[in-house]
Write a protein that binds this ligand. Structure first.
Ligand SMILES: [Ca+2]
Length: 300
């Protein structure tokens, strides 16, 4: 996989992009909200793309959608949650997509607040949470972000894929029994971004920009959430607890006007840069660029 770490002077311009991405979202309008006080009902449909379970797998490693998750309602830390503690066989996926179609003219943001529960060989493996942006007229046109615990629940990875076959993934050491927010968002003309955010906001732990622009979805989109399993050999568990699913408009800055808009896939990892002296508000940044269609080896 082609990757590089930018030098300090490049980090400065990249940091400005990160600042823009982490700017407060003003005047976002709520379009959909499910607090999971009830099980998923008529607001959802049982349909999701046929798609790889993981970017690092080969293109032939496709998970089949087999229906809704065997989920139940619970209370966790005082919040009503949809507990998706399921059991799946090789190359299977369970979940939902919204019945509602969302207009892309004002930008869109899907935000899911969730708890990671315990990912381990004994409790839960592979894709604990996948979020989808799906073309309303072509279910096989999509962008997907995923949080996963591959190697039988031992590794921690964040990934994104597109229906054109592009994708990338990075190690992301999320913690067990911890609340995070997972988002898919794009401004009106912007690139689609998948991010994991702290529960307290407003910054992002990690963002992957996929090689799609929101205007590619002229007929509107549905959002989806799911879990999937690779090839463990025997039926294996998945586990996540979702507090809520929220869709809003996303009048965020246009990333296309910054260096973020590249012909490939871009991931921005916010962390303390070594020897760069720090940047106010960001505290340093490094950037890795993954070339399209290259298979990541970072998660091994
Ligand atoms: Ca809730």
């Amino acid at each position: 996989m082609f990757q590089r770490t930018v030098s300090c002077h490049r980090s400065l311009s990249a940091a400005l992009v990160a600042l823009a991405l982490s700017s407060p979202v003003l005047a976002a309008r709520e379009l959909f909200f499910d607090d999971f006080n009830t099980l998923p009902g008529s607001a959802y449909q049982t349909a999701l793309p046929t798609a790889p379970w993981r970017f690092a797998g080969s293109d032939s490693n496709v998970a089949q959608y087999i229906g809704p998750s065997q989920a139940e309602l619970q209370i966790l830390d005082g919040a009503t949650v949809l507990r998706m503690n399921d059991l799946m066989g090789n190359a299977q996926r369970k979940g939902w997509s919204t019945d509602k179609v969302f207009d892309t003219a004002h930008g869109l943001r899907l935000e899911v607040r969730f708890n990671t529960m315990v990912q381990s060989p004994a409790t839960a493996i592979d894709q604990l949470l996948e979020l989808w942006l799906i073309d309303s007229e072509n279910i096989q046109h999509y962008a997907q972000g995923a949080l996963l615990a591959p190697d039988y629940g031992r590794q921690r990875v964040f990934s994104a894929i597109t229906s054109q076959g592009g994708g990338t993934e990075f190690p992301f050491e999320f913690q067990d029994n911890t609340w995070y927010r997972f988002s898919l968002e794009a401004s009106r003309g912007g690139i689609i971004l998948a991010s994991v955010e702290p529960d307290t906001g407003p910054n992002k732990f990690i963002t992957i920009g996929v090689s799609q622009l929101l205007p590619e979805y002229q007929s509107g989109v549905r959002f989806g959430f799911s879990q999937s399993i690779g090839l463990p050999g025997t039926p294996s568990p998945t586990d996540v607890a979702i507090d809520y699913v929220r869709v809003t408009t996303a009048p965020i800055p246009e990333p296309g006007s910054f260096s973020l808009y590249l012909a490939g896939l871009v991931a921005i990892l916010l962390k303390f840069a070594k020897g760069c002296g720090g940047i106010p508000g960001v505290a340093g940044l490094s950037m890795r660029i993954g070339a399209l269609r290259k298979k990541s080896t970072l998660a091994g």
